[in-house]
Every structure is written in structure tokens, then in C-alpha cells.
Design a protein around this ligand. Structure first.
Ligand code: GTP
Ligand code: ZN
Length: 196
């Protein structure tokens, strides 16, 4: 059973957040994190972002994806409007950084983001969002607006016991490097992208 192992306030460039670390045991070095903005009112509909880890995009500013820009935009949105980011340790759509780099190497040979995973014998997307729903329940969130373009994240709320009020798009302008990656997300995964 997942539970809160620690919590603390952290001042950021986007204002003060309270951070909760969730895992089954306290020796887990990669717990899921929840970043709750100062303004958040748990009695209202809560703005929520489920964000899957991407060390290349978020820390090292890779241009292959838009994860870093989405995370920054989500932090800004939460600090202005209240809400929380559920930061899930699902690097590489849950195949891990080693496999993601192997997939990137295949992408250099011309395979797209889906084909590369499949060639490695891995699922195109190995995530599910049940753990994020569990974390919302532990935090006693009952109704959310979800910041995402991914219809699979919306599906996680069906029969979950948590109400989904609406989706809030989180679309970033493409760049020449990531435009084919975004096109694959739209065409293969059905992401709700308007700008490409
Ligand atoms: N396997 C693999 N994972 C990738 C690749 N590019 C980004 N990722 C991972 O994809 C995850 C983000 O998922 P996305 O499909 O980009 O977007 P999403 O989070 O499902 O959707 P949004 O909520 O709209 O952002 C992160 O864990 C990234 O590390 C890739 O080419 N291959
Ligand atoms: Zn990324």
C-alpha cells in the first residue's frame, strides 16, 4: 500500500509548493511526488496534472519532446490557479531511461517513437494511472480538472470514485526536432493536439 512517507514546503521559481513523497516503503529512492501549490482549495474542484518523468526533457532541456516545457507551464498554472502536479516515476512511458535511450538510438535510424519501443519488444506505452488515482484519494481530492492532452489519462477517472470535471489542454508550440514526435502522439495515441 502506497502512503505519504514525508512532506515539506519547497519555495520555487513558481511560488511555494508543499511536496509529498509517496511510496510503499521509506527506503524507496524514487517515490512519486505530489507538488501542491499554495493556493489550492481542497473543497473546490482541484486542478491536477499527472506528469510522467522525463529526465532528458525536464532536467537536460532535450528538444525531442515537450515534457520540460509542459512541467514548467503546469507549475505556473498551479501557482496562479491552485492545484497539484502528481509527478510519476514513469520515465520513458514507463520503460525506464535505459530503454528510452535505446529507443532514441533507433529513432536516429528513422523509427518513430512507437516503432522504436515495439522493436525493443516493449509496449508503445507501458503506463497506467491507477497509482495517481490512489494518491488523489489519500489526499482526499474528490473532483478534478485535469491538465493533459492524453485521452488515456482521462480514462483513468472512469469508475475511479473521483469526478473528472473537465480537461484543460496543455499544449506547447512544436519545434523542428519534436514535430514528428508530436504528430505520432496525435495519430497513434489520439492525443488531443490542435497546434500540429
Ligand atoms: N519510450 C519513449 N518514451 C518517451 C519518448 N519521448 C518521451 N517519452 C516519455 O513520455 C512520457 C510523457 O508522455 P507523453 O506521451 O509525451 O505525454 P503524456 O504525459 O502522455 O500526455 P500529456 O498529459 O498530454 O503531456 C515521459 O515519461 C517521457 O519520458 C520516446 O520517444 N520514447
Ligand atoms: Zn520528454
Amino acid at each position: 500500500m502506497i502512503k505519504i512517507q514525508a512532506q515539506s514546503n519547497v519555495p520555487t521559481d513558481f511560488g511555494m509548493f508543499t511536496v509529498f513523497a509517496f511510496s510503499e516503503n521509506e527506503n524507496d529512492w524514487n517515490p512519486h511526488l505530489v507538488w501542491v501549490a499554495e493556493k489550492t482549495d481542497f473543497n473546490e474542484v482541484v486542478n491536477v496534472r499527472f506528469h510522467s518523468e522525463c529526465i532528458t526533457g525536464e532536467v537536460f532541456h532535450s528538444r525531442k519532446c515537450e515534457c520540460g516545457q509542459q512541467l514548467d507551464a503546469a507549475m505556473k498554472f498551479m501557482s496562479e490557479n491552485g492545484g497539484m502536479i502528481i509527478y510519476l516515476r514513469q520515465e520513458g512511458r514507463n520503460i525506464g531511461i535505459i530503454n528510452k535511450l535505446k529507443a532514441y538510438a533507433l529513432q536516429e535510424e528513422g523509427f518513430d517513437t512507437v516503432e522504436a519501443n515495439l522493436r525493443l519488444g516493449l509496449p508503445a506505452d507501458g503506463r497506467n494511472f491507477d497509482v495517481a488515482i490512489e494518491m488523489l484519494k489519500i489526499l482526499k481530492v474528490t473532483e478534478v480538472n485535469l491538465l493533459t492532452n492524453n485521452p488515456e489519462k482521462l480514462k483513468a477517472f472512469y469508475n475511479s470514485g473521483i469526478l473528472l470535471n473537465k480537461r484543460i489542454p496543455l499544449e506547447i508550440e512544436s519545434n523542428p526536432v519534436n514535430s514528428s514526435y508530436l504528430t505520432t502522439k496525435k495519430d497513434y495515441f489520439g492525443h488531443l493536439l490542435e497546434k500540429i
